[in-house]
Structure formats: structure tokens, C-alpha cells
Design a protein around this ligand. Structure first.
Ligand SMILES: C[S@@+](CC[C@H](N)C(=O)[O-])C[C@H]1O[C@@H](n2cnc3c(N)ncnc32)[C@H](O)[C@@H]1O
Length: 369
């Protein structure tokens, strides 16, 4: 790394609240990044914490997640070079929308599930105004920050339960977390500067995608390093169950059913990495499609399916692999990160070619005839 590129480390990644986010493991992961990388892909980017590290190091960064609310963070913090939301943008976002009648999804679906009616109306009104911002990158900042504000407000920071309003009226819980009763608008205004301040240009044309990784890989070229952090199958892998609300808000679905107490959208997107029945097949495809990317780092957990040894066997068909482990001392971090479980990193390099001398080649050829 060039000395002057250390300056990107003055920027701070806004702390995420996302199951399996790697923001607390970045220094450890960084130790295993090989030299001479110019372009890196974060294939299952989630909160974008590792993509942001790549951008800070100065790599051309390609980032991807099959959920659009995560892609919006990628557009806002990874692809974005210099757009920030200013006071005029805020006026636009908070103004009373003239399209209010077309924007009632939150009110109709989530009132009394996650929000009081007034908050749901605020969210619909804000959502109606997002397309008025002058470009898709500014719109992405608005999405990233309002979505983050919703996870701050809802107990446990995910939407896979129906206790939000019960907890928001429990004095003990409110004492511990005042965000439960704060208006989302206040939380948005508090968090926005952290996102604006995290925007920087690393002099590369970084890109954020919203694709199933198996569809994206055939289209990317000249990548030196792939970081794979797939859902940990059998251990909190259902990201759409936990974060359906953010995807619904971002997509503003017109063609889905909203089911169960939590009003999760149906049908869901197909991951391929979250069900035991298809995960091994999906990994085989992932590795075949990554054949031209020399170095891979794969995050994993010792409670996932397939188990570490079986997974190592699969990887070693394609790469020389070393297994690194970091033990959790407490239960923070989600996705199977309970005390005693281990964060695993498979460090994968191109297979060493067996050197065969000319004499040996001749001998082998003679033996064949
Ligand atoms: C363990 S999380 C990644 C966490 C991330 N490294 C971070 O620091 O926040 C796994 C991510 O994979 C995404 N995902 C699942 N299946 C996918 C697929 N087929 N293609 C792309 N992304 C997928 C999920 O939406 C989820 O955000």
C-alpha cells in the first residue's frame, strides 16, 4: 500500500446493526489479504463493512448483495465519490408529499406491527419524496440512513419478531434504549452526519450491484481478490425473514403478499445459500465461477452446514486452503456468534503447480506407449 493511501483510514464506517456484520473483525481479516491486489469483490456484502475496508485500502472495489437495501448502502458508501445530503435535500425529503395517495404501503402493512400509525405515515411520506432527490446516489444515502434509523428504533434491530410495540411501551427497556420511543425523523437527523462524513473518493471507479452472486460473477473481469461471506446455513441464514421490512420499504413492492404476524413478503428472492438442500451445489457453482479470481477469503462459522472439514474438502478441489480461527468471547455479532463459537476464515490461494522436468515428461510419455 502506498503511504498516501493510509489517509483513507481517517474516514469512519458508520456502525452497522446487521446479523453477521464483520465490522468488529476487520483488523483480523485484513491480516490475511495478500499483496499486489488491485481489484477486490465483496460478493455477499451485507452492511458493506468489508467493501468499505477494501475501498479504504485503495482497491477498485466491486460490491454486491442480492438484497436491494444492502445495495443502497453500497451505492451510498462504496460507489459514491462525493455526494452528500445537504439541508435543501432534507427539506425535500421531509416536505408533505403531493403523491401521498400512492404511498401508503407502510401505513397499510405495518401499522401496529412495528410502528404507530403516525410513524408509518411519516415513512410513507419520506419514501414518496426520495425519488425527488437529484440522482440515484443521493437517493441511496437517503435509503441507507432511513433504513438504519428503522433498525435503531425497533428492539433487537431486526424485524423477525412482533414485540416491537410491546417493548416500546416497557419503561425498563426504554431506560436501556431511548431510541425505542424516539421519532424516526430524529434518529435520521442524528445518524445522517455519520454517513455524510463517511463518503470519500479513493480515485477508483467502485461499483455496487444488486444481484444473485451466481449471476454477477460471469460478468466481472480482472478481479484479484474475492471475499465471500455467505449466510451461515443452519444458523440465522434467513436474511429476508429478519430484514424483510427494509427490503419492502426500499422496493416498495406492488406484487407481493405480506404474510405471518411480521408481514414478511412472499414470494422471497432465491439465495441458494440458505437451505441445506441446495447450499453445497451453490458453493460448487460459486467456486467454478470464481476460477479466474486467484485469491479468495471465505468467512465461515463452526456452527454452519456443511461443517468445517467437509467445506475445506470442497474448497481444496479448487484452491490451496489454510483455515484460520478466531474465538468469540461473548455473544455479540449475531449469526451463530454465541460465546465459544468461532469465526473462521478460509485463506485460499492458487494451487501450486507441480513442477515436472523435461526428463520426467519424456519418461511419462515413454511409459504411455
Ligand atoms: C453474512 S451476511 C454478510 C455480512 C457482511 N460481510 C457484513 O459485514 O455485513 C450474508 C449476506 O449474503 C447475502 N446473500 C445471500 N444470498 C445471496 C446470493 N445468492 N447472492 C448475493 N448475496 C446473497 C445476504 O443478503 C446477506 O446480506
Amino acid at each position: 500500500m502506498l503511504f498516501e493511501e493510509y489517509k483513507y483510514f481517517n474516514y469512519q464506517f458508520p456502525e452497522p446493526q446487521y446479523l453477521g456484520a464483520k465490522h468488529t473483525h476487520l483488523a483480523w481479516i485484513k491480516e490475511f489479504i495478500p499483496e499486489n491486489v488491485k481489484t477486490a469483490i465483496d460478493a455477499f456484502a451485507g452492511s458493506q463493512s468489508v467493501a468499505y475496508l477494501f475501498k479504504q485500502i485503495g482497491y477498485k472495489t466491486i460490491t454486491n448483495d442480492f438484497l436491494n437495501f444492502n445495495n443502497q448502502i453500497g451505492l451510498a458508501l462504496i460507489e459514491n465519490k462525493d455526494n452528500k445530503l445537504n439541508n435543501d435535500d432534507l427539506k425535500l425529503l421531509f416536505q408533505k408529499s403531493i403523491n401521498k395517495n400512492e404511498f401508503e404501503l407502510m401505513e397499510n402493512t405495518f401499522t401496529n406491527v412495528f410502528f404507530e400509525k403516525e410513524e408509518a405515515e411519516f415513512l410513507d411520506n419520506f419514501r414518496a419524496n426520495i425519488p425527488l432527490l437529484e440522482n440515484p446516489i443521493k437517493q441511496a444515502i437517503a435509503f441507507a440512513v432511513i433504513n438504519r434509523s428503522m433498525t435503531r428504533k425497533i428492539t433487537m434491530g431486526h424485524f423477525g419478531h412482533t414485540q416491537a410495540l410491546v417493548y416500546a411501551s416497557d419503561p425498563e427497556r426504554i431506560k436501556r434504549n431511548r431510541s425505542l420511543i424516539r421519532p424516526i425523523k430524529d434518529i435520521f437527523e442524528e445518524i445522517l452526519p455519520k454517513y455524510n462524513n463517511a463518503v470519500f473518493d479513493n480515485n477508483q471507479d467502485n461499483q455496487s450491484f444488486n444481484k444473485n452472486i451466481l449471476e454477477l460473477l460471469p460478468t466481472v473481469k480482472n478481479v484479484d481478490l474475492a471475499y465471500f461471506d455467505p449466510p451461515y446455513c443452519d444458523s440465522h441464514a434467513d436474511y429476508q425473514g429478519f430484514y424483510h421490512l427494509l427490503e419492502t420499504y426500499t422496493e416498495y413492492w406492488k406484487d407481493k403478499e405480506f404474510i405471518n404476524g411480521i408481514k414478511r413478503y412472499e414470494p422471497q428472492r432465491v439465495s441458494g445459500f440458505d437451505k441445506k438442500s441446495d447450499v453445497i451445489n451453490s458453493f460448487e457453482k460459486l467456486f467454478e465461477l470464481s476460477e479466474e479470481i486467484p485469491n479468495w477469503l471465505i468467512s465461515y462459522n463452526n456452527r454452519s452446514y456443511p461443517g468445517i472439514e467437509e467445506f475445506e474438502k470442497i474448497i481444496s478441489k479448487y484452491r490451496d486452503v489454510k483455515v484460520e480461527a478466531k474465538t468469540y468471547h461473548n455473544g455479540r455479532g449475531g449469526k451463530g456468534s454465541v460465546a465459544g463459537s468461532q469465526e473462521i476464515l478460509f485463506v485460499c490461494k492458487p494451487k501450486k503447480k507441480h513442477f515436472v522436468s523435461t526428463n520426467q515428461q519424456q519418461k511419462l510419455a515413454n511409459e504411455r506407449f
